[in-house]
Ligand binder design. Sequence first.
Ligand code: NAD
Length: 434
Amino acid sequence: MRIVMIGTGYVGLVSGACFADFGHEVVCVDKDQSKIDALLAGEIPIFEPGLDELVAKNVEAGRLAFTLDLAEALPGTDAVFIAVGTPSRRGDGHADLSYVYAAAEEMAPLLPEGVVVVDKSTVPVGTGDEVERIIRETAPDLEFSVASNPEFLREGAAIDDFKRPDRVVIGVNDEHAERVLAEIYRPLTRNESPLVVMSRRGAELTKYAANAFLATKIGFINEIADLCEKVGADVRDVAKGIGLDSRIGNRFLMPGPGYGGSCFPKDTLALLKTGQDYESPLRIIESVVASNDQRKRSMGRKVINALGGGDQHGKTVAVLGLTFKANTDDMRDSPAISVVQALQDGGIHVKAYDPEGMEQAKKVIDKVTYCEGPYEAMEGADAAVIVTEWDAFRALDLDRMKDLLKTPLLVDLRNLYSRTDVERHGFEYVAVGR
Ligand code: NAD
């Protein structure tokens, strides 16, 4: 199959490279000259484990190419995937669909007969209808289909998620689109990843429902963690106790500083907007969003309370980890932003280190001393706080930390350590929900 992928971000580049690896011929198109220049020079513009080798291998094999020019990419293609960003619209939280619609307008005069336009970006119900209308306006006689194929990969494990998904969701309103997508995904369905075929609107909603459900699981365990602290229980016991029930499942039951990233915050907000537009209240998700917003900043106050509470002006805190989760350089809506802001608002100076996210962090977090490593960040600080669960923070040298810190205080917002171990080294240890 010949595939064009519009947008070479986390989703577009990973999907494009994986499709090429399945044996399809893929051209990835982006508007961002610097991204295409980097890719043509053999560099990967984002950090995603294993992506550099996968891209290099498929470029070498002649199955994967990059261009700025849509007109060069489209002739003869069987499917065009739209994988552009759908951020929150400033002001009202609605998904900003301007990139999706712009892509539809740009491709409309260039599309070959019989092509399937597949929306892979996360988009509200009805977006496929609008994409179809936009293309039809420019190309009234063209035979084409518009399908929805939401992506469920996780940054940091994106290639594995793409190649071994729990399911592939396909939303189609005609048989031709279903056939083309079934052919594209055949290497996966042969390996028993189920292809779930439904209507286009059903597929669009499935993606939001999945993310909202996962966000709810996180919000739920975070509130249970707070209650555990109050009643003297350990949230890890409670999570295990409920998670072994197969109806609940043990994943996504790790309390922490609140969910962030490029998907859950914007997708829960966009789903709320859809609920409002269709006068179908989504009270549970409203509560999850409010609870999570509150939580991110409250984690900064948790650190201030650990320092003794009240006025902690002039103190210094070492923040370990800035990205919204480990194994990515993505800083979008990272809880670290709120934690650092809350500390700075309390007059506290922040020294920070992240294994992959420093360049992105510098664009969104100001007035921080960025350090070369975790120990440099801790030197002379009054406390260390683990915000992201990077492997590099799982086995810190506690004796060395104790020498470097002014006071031996470790706030572990990811529950990476055993209290006994840390306290044995003479630390005060503050964790989440225990
Ligand atoms: P991203 O911002 O990393 O990448 C989007 C890319 O699209 C950018 O490189 C941008 O330059 C390019 N682009 C925008 N308009 C274009 C146009 N008209 N022509 C060509 N290129 C254009 O975004 P992302 O994180 O890959 O997310 C893409 C979509 O996938 C979003 O809807 C997101 O919600 C969804 N999604 C993301 C993830 C994730 O983990 N990042 C997971 C599942 C779904």
